[in-house]
Design a protein around this ligand. Structure first.
Ligand code: SF4
Length: 441
């Protein structure tokens, strides 16, 4: 029997790029290709690149270089793929270059350079496709592109305007994932709250019913499938308000990932961010009153051009007043092609460093106090890893997204398995994590 051609895959960038990698893998696997975990075992290497920040571009170029050195036969795809001349300048020998979401182009480039071998013994692809995340959670991409034009971002140039998937397709995918063992769905896009706008909220038939391509309707339908549903990249628009009911009912996790980026009206204006800042603080406080367990995760940029000490203080106050439970922070860096590069008022690197350290300290404080409130409570956690030698399980609460948030360290974890959802009692906390033991009934 002829051996299946082997592909090596290097996946860089955000969860959205990871979903693209999964789709490419699924398609190729269905066509009889297999995958190699190392360069040496691969007949060809696919590098799925990120082109968001200049540092990410650099990382992508280095990854392409490494794949060329180690293997020699390389196809490039993903966000950096739109800058073909930049890639060719550094790496003239790559076999082919395709852009983001061009699944067919990547697959046909693979066919050109490594034709598939027909093999009737090839396994069927699992119903859920092939996933790069552990079996118990999965990212669910509901749209591509973005209608906003934030001045520091080139995603709309790379990925185009908002293009939402019809609700029925998303729900069928979610159902398939749950059937194959997924217990947590992480809903992603560039702007989740804008879902369906481009489709004029058109309905599609799912299980004989008409479901609107609308943020609330989709969240409710997903919630009713029975898995944990976590919403990422949501902006605080008024139409997000009704989703609080779904959280209060337990259909959707009490968790929102809202990339605020800043809190000062001047900086937000220069960033050309969506949503009105004046109302944001009140809206968050109101949401937290309705859903006392709501955890808000956010990301912030310090050192944006023109950011004054006063703007920065305003940001720190916002993090404290809104009790931003989880905060990530970037030091601003220019992105080639972004309009923010023309702004005046460059903030010196040492000021950026200082502000970064100060913000992280404030954020850690808030996080510590928010987590402290959970001590003594009995909560459900999902298990990501087990360490039998320490009798420990590494889990996450409903307030923690994988990779970016904290963990719940469970001791006395005999019998607990990866993917289990178990009840634990929280015994302690630090700035990011909770410590717990199995709940006694
Ligand atoms: S919302 Fe702004 S930062 Fe996010 S993808 Fe759209 S343009 Fe970029």
């Amino acid at each position: 029997m002829t051996q299946a051609p082997k592909i090596g895959l290097v996946s860089l960038g955000c969860p959205k790029a990871l979903v693209d990698s999964e789709r490419i893998m699924t398609t190729l696997r269905a066509q009889g290709y297999s995958f190699s975990r190392d360069y040496a075992g691969a007949d060809i290497v696919l590098v799925n690149t990120c082109g968001f920040l200049d540092s990410a571009k650099q990382e992508s170029l280095e990854a392409i270089g490494e794949a060329l050195n180690e293997n020699g036969r390389v196809i490039v795809t993903g966000c950096l793929g739109v800058e073909e001349s930049l890639i060719r300048e550094t790496h003239p020998n790559v076999l082919a270059i395709t852009g983001p979401h061009q699944y067919e182009s990547v697959v046909s480039a693979v066919h050109d350079h490594l034709p598939p071998v027909p093999n009737k013994f090839v396994d069927l692809v699992p119903e859920s496709g092939l996933k790069l995340t552990p079996r118990h959670y999965a990212y669910l991409k509901i749209s591509e592109g973005c209608n906003n034009r934030c001045s520091f971002c080139i995603i709309p140039q790379i990925r185009g305007d908002l293009a939402s998937r019809p609700a029925a397709g998303i729900l069928s995918e979610a159902e398939g994932l749950i059937r194959s063992g997924v217990k947590e769905l992480l809903v992603i896009s560039q702007d989740t709250s804008a879902y369906g706008l481009d489709l004029k909220y058109a309905t599609s038939k799912y299980r004989g019913r008409d479901v609107k391509a609308k943020f609330y309707d989709l969240a409710k339908e997903l919630g009713e499938l029975g898995a944990w549903v976590r919403l990422h990249y949501v902006y605080p628009y008024p139409h997000v308000d009704p989703v609080m009911e779904l959280m209060a009912e337990g259909l959707v996790l009490p968790y929102l990932d809202i990339p605020f980026q800043h809190a000062s009206p001047n900086v937000l204006k220069a960033m050309r961010r969506p949503a009105h800042q004046e109302k944001t603080l009140n809206r968050i406080l109101d949401w937290k009153r309705q859903v006392p367990d709501l955890t808000v995760r956010s990301n912030f940029i310090v050192g944006f051009p023109g950011e004054t000490e006063e703007d920065f203080e305003m940001l720190l106050d916002f993090i404290e007043e809104a009790e931003i439970d989880r905060a990530g922070c970037f030091k601003y860096e220019p992105v080639t092609g972004a309009t923010a590069n023309e702004l005046e008022g460059i903030v010196p690197d040492e000021v950026k460093e200082e502000r970064f350290a100060q913000l992280m300290e404030v954020a850690q404080n808030v996080s510590f106090h928010q987590l402290q409130k959970k001590v003594g409570r009995t909560i459900e956690v999902i298990v990501d890893d087990v360490r039998p030698e320490e009798n420990r399980a590494i889990a996450r609460s409903k307030w923690d997204a994988p990779e970016i948030d904290g963990q719940v360290i469970v001791d006395n974890a005999t019998g607990i398995k990866i993917g289990d959802i178990v009840s634990v009692t929280v015994t302690d906390n630090d700035e990011y994590d909770l410590f717990a033991r199995p709940a006694t009934h």
